[in-house]
Design a protein around this ligand. Structure first.
Ligand code: NAP
Ligand code: ZN
Length: 346
């Protein structure tokens, strides 16, 4: 066991505070990682604030982890000391079910072991990336290509794969009229990845404040959803809509923007359930779906795609003691476009 510094949530209302946690010694198939950077995902905030149920406090969140291998177990074959690696939202899964066998560990039938607030194989509660080190089974470690700097690679491990996977599943291409709702951490990766796959990207944001950024990141069009005229103008005009908003939306309005046979994919996971009328779905054979991160093989494919196509997030690197302010800014939609904690400041 080793003791490492970390930032932990202790209740739904208290700020995160500095603490220490224990990491296990690497077992035969484990990789020990010195964490260099950790992204701040809105899921960290939902969890820390008990919006998805009360977690096991004190809890270290963070599932956008980039670092360097510091030790490997005796049976590890894929990684060696010094390699640049990442860890995303999962650290294990059953490995036996049809999802796991298909490389869809994110849809493990027995439930994947998530990077924080999950019961690990040894019965302890998993603790995430706002910490100096982590020990993970080699099958849940990703290789970060040399051309990707570690700070920019970190957000790809959640925000990147969460957008890459549905874009691939729904076959985004030059023939796809794609809309991304919300220009935050996830949304801006949707714009970049969608554009890299050739889609005609529109951003649906609350206001036009970030329009210049959206267009620079690869969007062709940018609309304000605070303007009711937007919904009239864009009726039936998209093939695929990716909703990345962390709060409830009036889904009827957005589903109506899909053309016949179009799909709206719910990626945001707000605290409260949302409603949808049957009419907007039925009237144009539209689909409502959802998607949760991506499997390990697809996450590696995404990292390699980002290296090849030079797709990286826009980040603001922060010192660890800025984390609570960063949370406030994310909640105020004032993130441009992902906060990344420099773990050397922890
Ligand atoms: P984020 O950086 O806070 O981005 C969310 C964006 O949604 C904001 O920047 C804002 O964009 C828009 N928004 C926020 N509040 C809104 C409101 N009340 N009405 C309309 N729009 C609003 O968050 P994130 O890290 O991208 O995460 C977004 C959501 O995805 C969270 O719920 C998170 O838990 C979830 N998530 C899901 C997965 C998955 O696998 N499915 C993975 C990671 C995260 P504008 O300012 O442009 O309007
Ligand atoms: Zn996340």
């Amino acid at each position: 066991m080793s003791t490492v510094s970390a930032y932990a949530a202790t209740s739904a209302t208290e700020p995160l505070t500095k603490t220490t946690i224990e990491r296990r010694d690497p077992g035969p198939s484990d990789v020990a990682i010195d964490i260099k950077f950790a992204g701040i995902c809105h899921s960290d905030i939902h969890t820390a604030k008990s919006e998805w149920g009360v977690p096991n406090y004190p809890l270290v969140v963070g599932h956008e982890i980039a670092g360097v291998v510091s030790a490997v177990g005796s049976e590890v074959t894929k990684y060696k000391v010094g390699d640049h690696v990442g860890v995303g939202c999962m650290v294990n899964s059953c490995g036996q079910c049809s999802s796991c066998k298909a490389g869809l560990e994110n849809y493990c039938k027995r439930g994947a072991t998530f990077t924080y607030n999950a019961v690990d194989r040894d019965g302890t509660i998993t603790q995430g990336g706002y910490s100096q080190a982590i020990v993970v089974d080699e099958n849940f470690v990703l290789r970060i290509p040399d051309s990707l700097p570690l700070d920019k690679a970190a957000p790809l491990l959640c925000a990147g794969i969460t957008l890459f996977s549905p874009l691939r599943h729904w076959k985004a291409s030059k023939d796809t009229r794609l809309a991304v709702i919300g220009l935050g951490g996830l949304g801006h990766m949707g714009v970049k990845l969608g554009a890299a796959m050739g889609a005609e990207v529109s951003v649906l944001s609350q206001s036009l404040k970030k329009m210049e950024d959206g267009l620079r990141l690869g969007a062709k069009h940018y609309y304000a959803t605070s303007d009711r005229g937007t919904f009239k103008q864009l009726r039936s005009s998209f093939d695929l809509i990716l909703n990345t908003v962390s709060a409830n939306l009036k889904l009827d309005d957005y589903v109506s923007l899909l053309d016949v046979d179009g799909t709206l994919v719910e990626l945001g996971i707000p605290e409260h359930p949302m409603q949808i009328g049957a009419f907007p779905l039925a009237l144009a054979r539209r689909s409502l779906s959802g998607s949760n991160i991506g499997g390990i093989p697809e996450t590696q494919e995404m990292l390699d795609f980002c290296a090849e196509h030079d797709v990286t997030p826009e980040i603001e690197v922060i010192e660890a003691d800025y984390v609570n302010e960063a949370y406030e800014r994310v909640l105020a939609s004032d993130v441009r476009y992902r906060f990344v904690i420099d773990i050397s400041t922890l």
